[in-house]
Design a protein around this ligand. Structure first.
Ligand code: DX5
Ligand code: ZN
Length: 222
């Protein structure tokens, strides 16, 4: 059964000085979820959003909150992010020793569990955890910064993952994150992406208001 494509907002690209205003605009314009990038300055050379902000965001919106942990030792922080109210959570394959156990833990707490793969990380790392996954986050840029260009090989990676999902008859979303632009969205969804992360490339676009950019994306994924 064809999945409806969901369009989320990468809050790290919103206007930090007017976050509540942007969240309200996103709600009014039908965004499906908030994408919350967490970074530790070690797994990626940058610092994203933090736990206190997640707690504040949780208090003011009913939108699903999807946390993307770009950190080392994600296992040490899962409970805090779940307690803070996220609805789904991904951590990176590359920085996690006990992946299956962590996925189980997330699901046992009633939160959708995902694994995030950097552009260079092969799909075969998913071989024995498909039954533990609700979604796979395919990084379509190298994580850490907004405004980067798509890594072209990731389009093939999305298509390859889609083939595996179809062959195994799995109910797993393919989330894409990084340069999800008006130009790239058709290729990403054609390849099989079902959860988009809108950042500076298609949502918080310079000289375009949120209602215009969301309309444009929804017209591309209808
Ligand atoms: C990159 C972040 C993405 C990024 C998307 O590490 O995870 O969410 O901010 O923004 P653009 O569209 O600028 O790539
Ligand atoms: Zn992200």
């Amino acid at each position: 059964m064809k999945k409806r494509i969901k369009f989320g907002a990468s809050l790290m690209c919103a206007d930090y000085l007017n976050l509540e205003r942007d969240i309200r605009l996103l709600e009014q314009n039908g965004i499906d979820y908030l994408h919350f990038d967490v970074m530790d300055g070690h797994f990626v050379p940058n610092f994203g959003l933090n736990l206190d902000l997640l707690k504040k965001a949780r208090q003011i919106t009913k939108l699903p909150i999807n946390v993307h942990l770009m950190i080392d030792n994600a296992a040490n922080y899962i409970d805090e992010y779940i307690d803070a109210g996220c609805n789904s959570l991904s951590f990176h394959q590359e920085s996690t020793y006990h992946i299956q156990r962590l996925l189980q833990k997330i699901k046992s707490r009633g939160v959708q569990a995902g694994i995030a793969l950097n552009p260079a990380t092969p799909l075969n790392t998913l071989e024995y955890i498909f039954s533990d996954l609700d979604f796979v986050l395919i990084m379509t840029v190298n994580p850490g910064f907004a405004g980067q260009a798509l890594v072209p090989a990731t389009l093939e990676k999305i298509a390859d993952l889609k083939k595996i999902i179809c062959k195994k008859n799995l109910d797993i979303d393919i989330q894409v994150d990084g340069n999800v632009s008006f130009e790239n969205i058709p290729q990403m969804t054609k390849a099989g992406a079902t959860m988009l992360v809108g950042g500076t490339s298609s949502l918080f676009v310079k000289d375009m208001d949120i209602s215009e950019s969301t309309q444009r994306v929804f017209s591309l994924i209808a």
